[in-house]
Design a protein around this ligand. Structure first.
Ligand code: ADP
Ligand code: MG
Length: 252
């Protein structure tokens, strides 16, 4: 049996906030090209784990290794440059820029460096980047809204925009924190369809999710987090029927 190619390894990570053990004994292996979901009730430590991976929060102990490179101790932008991109629980977009400019900005920053962006000069003059951004907006269903201010988008559309801003960076590892949080059922379903569509593109994905139903249609593997620990792990069908998982949700 061939050893699976583990691209992200979270090794014995602990995180304490004062006396609170937000994460304990976290060991996680994410395989290249797979969609790995981390589910768990509110307060389980999901966002903390994601923030440790992307370098926003230093772990109390343990390490995160991405494709042979130790991420622990690196700054978020350095980790981003290594091909790790994230979609936050609360979309982080430029409200006063157009939808198109929002998508062009990270692509431009990647090509020329973030400090070279001159917002006084229309980004749209960068024809090649503009075409790339428009194709991305087409993919996420926002191309008709390319000219409007991003701040005026609905919550669901802001999430789609942020996803496009991530995808245009062509990340090797994409992390999504509750991509359907606060969405209507309709927007949730559209987002699931969108994530399924981009699933085939080969990038590795880690999806943090509170809503079990969202991940069962997307995940190749699921790790269940409760009280800061991984209490179960396996294929979706294995995890779904696990009594410990049922209990964590009902009791949580
Ligand atoms: P989840 O994303 O699974 O809902 P979080 O990772 O946000 O959970 O939080 C896990 C636990 O850590 C919660 O008890 C939360 O209150 C606590 N926590 C999260 N961030 C901080 C922080 N910066 N300082 C203190 N406690 C925190
Ligand atoms: Mg969270």
């Amino acid at each position: 049996q061939a050893k699976p190619n583990v691209v992200l390894h979270v090794a014995d990570v602990h995180k304490n906030f004062g006396g609170l053990h937000a994460l304990a004994d976290i060991d996680l292996e994410v395989e290249e090209g797979k969609t790995h979901a981390i589910i768990g009730p509110n307060g389980a430590g999901k966002s903390t784990l994601l923030n440790v991976i992307i370098g926003r929060i230093p772990p109390t102990s343990g390490a995160v290794v991405f494709d042979g490179t130790v991420l622990t101790g690196k700054r978020p932008h350095e980790i981003n440059q290594l091909g790790v991109s994230r979609v936050f629980q609360t979309p982080e977009i430029f409200a006063d820029l157009s939808v198109l400019q929002n998508v062009m900005t990270p692509a431009f920053a990647k090509r020329d460096g973030a400090f070279r962006i001159n917002f006084a000069k229309p980004l749209e003059r960068e024809t090649a980047l503009r075409h790339e951004a428009e194709a991305m907006l087409e993919d996420v269903g926002l191309v008709d809204r390319r000219g409007v201010n991003a701040g005026s988008l609905s919550r669901g559309d802001k999430r789609r925009l942020e996803l496009a801003m991530c995808l245009i960076q062509k990340p090797r590892l994409l992390l999504l924190d509750e991509p359907t949080a606060g969405m209507s059922r309709h927007d949730t379903n559209t987002t699931i369809e969108l994530l399924k569509k981009i699933k085939s593109r080969g990038m590795t994905k880690v999806i943090i999710e509170h809503d079990m139903h969202v991940v069962f249609s997307l995940a190749d593997k699921i790790s269940v987090l409760a009280g800061g620990r991984i209490i179960a792990e396996g294929l979706p069908e294995e995890v779904r029927g696990d009594p410990r998982v049922q209990e964590a949700y009902l009791g949580g």
